[in-house]
Design a binder for this molecule. Structure first.
Ligand code: DGY
Length: 428
């Protein structure tokens, strides 16, 4: 174990709140959905039992309709905004824990497969208990969130996990700002406001929350009628990956009917991805469900196509060229938004910075598709960023400095599972 390995382990342990892990102390004091999935990936490197526990506590918040929400509020922490009273979700729809009213990309399904394959004998009972909840969650996506052409919709930028990506700018500009009274953001008390979404973003985020609350968190209606619905490559590709992994698990568990359904949805999902292809950008892109308009720049979400298992010959060479353009445009990769675009902002959250978890997913997909040098480039860059700056939430792709919150769970987890030089193979 290297010193950085030990430090990464210490970050995970320090952010452990007893069965669930916060993304970082202060800025994010609750259990976040995809953060927890990555936390489990990190715990698996030194405590597989604790890794399973992370997924199990996350699953405890599942709604009766199958959805796993993006934040579980097990307590009320005045240092975070918007908290449980603003959302008014979770327990209001019969779930056991107060929560947000949107979901997040289902990385947890893929991590469940990784945990299981580490030690199938010990993991089988855990997987068997978790599997029906994972299945119900992905069924919910397919039931409530398929947009035109079959791509998966997000109904709030927070649902995508890429809060202020320029991918949402067009659709967000059309979200009416409500009379929200006065509210005090807490995020900008923890980190420099220049690294965070703007006030205008927050006015619209909260207006969407108000709309959902008034709709009684009817997730079907919110997707069909709400003020924001965008077909998202992140959600579409991560769900497709989840479906492929769940299918393998279903077969292993002898769940024949589920395996057949998952197989059919994987084929449909590969077809649906075509609806996200923008010929103008030479990449997959977010598309506003209401206006049909594509995002006007390339974001790192496009590169999750390989992680989704897409092997679309017609688009792959072009996407590879787009990847190389992104790799050439900034010294450290992969930027979350095209550095050559006027909206690129090297330190503002999802408008440019590099995220270790995205690098892991993109690189994993590239590796599986045989694009080994590109996959290794992402791994090398992730390693350099963490060695240079520490376990920051995200990194500036131009100068490599850390940004956002420090001592971040998912960055430490990616170090342990993949980026550390002591992790020789690092691809499983
Ligand atoms: C935040 O509070 O910034 C989170 O990203 C919302 O999920």
């Amino acid at each position: 174990m290297s010193d950085l390995d030990k430090a990464a382990e210490a970050v995970l342990r320090a952010n452990d709140r007893g069965g669930y892990t916060v993304p970082t102390a202060g800025l994010y004091p609750y259990q976040w959905n995809w953060d927890s999935a990555f936390a489990a990936l990190g715990f698996a490197e030194f405590d597989i039992d604790r890794a399973w526990r992370e997924l199990e506590t996350l699953a405890e918040g599942a709604w009766p309709n199958g959805m796993w929400p993006h934040i579980l509020f097990r307590a009320d922490d005045p240092d975070y905004f918007p908290g449980p009273s603003v959302w008014g979700a979770g327990t209001s729809v019969g779930a056991p824990i107060a929560s947000s009213g949107v979901s997040q990309p289902p990385v947890a399904a893929t991590v469940a497969r990784i945990l299981y394959e580490r030690d199938p004998a010990a993991g089988r009972a855990r997987l068997r208990a978790l599997f029906p909840k994972l299945l119900a969650w992905r069924d919910w996506f397919h039931r409530d969130r398929r947009g035109s052409g079959g791509a998966i919709l997000v109904t709030h930028p927070w649902e995508s996990g890429r809060d202020n990506s320029p991918d949402w700018d067009g659709a967000m500009a059309r979200v009416p700002i409500r009379d929200l009274g006065s509210f005090q953001r807490r995020d900008t008390g923890h980190v420099d406001p220049s690294m965070r979404p703007t006030k205008d973003d927050y006015d619209r985020y909260l207006s969407l929350v108000a709309w959902g609350r008034e709709a009684g968190w009817d997730t079907h209606r919110i997707a069909a009628e709400g003020p924001f619905a965008v077909a998202d490559p992140t959600m579409t590709f991560i769900l497709l990956r989840a479906d492929r992994d769940l299918r393998v698990l279903a077969e292993g568990l002898g769940e024949i009917e589920a395996a057949a359904r998952l197989g059919a949805d994987c084929e449909a999902g590969a077809d649906a991805a075509k609806a996200l292809w923008s010929e103008d950008l030479g990449a997959y892109a977010a598309r506003d469900e209401r206006s049909g308009i594509f995002a006007d720049g390339v974001s790192s979400a496009a590169l999750l196509a390989w992680y989704a298992g897409l092997r679309d010959r017609a688009h792959e060479q072009r996407l590879l060229a787009t990847l190389h353009d992104l790799l050439d445009a900034a010294p450290l990769s992969v930027p979350s938004f095209d550095p050559r675009h006027p909206k690129f902002d090297a330190r503002r959250y999802w408008r440019g910075p590099v995220w270790a978890v995205v690098n892991w997913m993109v690189a994993r997909g590239l590796h599986e598709a045989g694009h080994l040098s590109e996959a290794e480039r992402l791994r090398r860059d992730t390693r350099r960023l963490i060695e240079g700056a520490g376990f920051y939430e995200y990194f500036d792709p131009c100068d490599g400095s850390g940004a956002g919150g420090p001592d971040f769970t998912w960055t430490a987890a990616i170090w342990l599972a993949w980026a550390s030089p002591t992790k020789k193979e690092g691809w499983n």
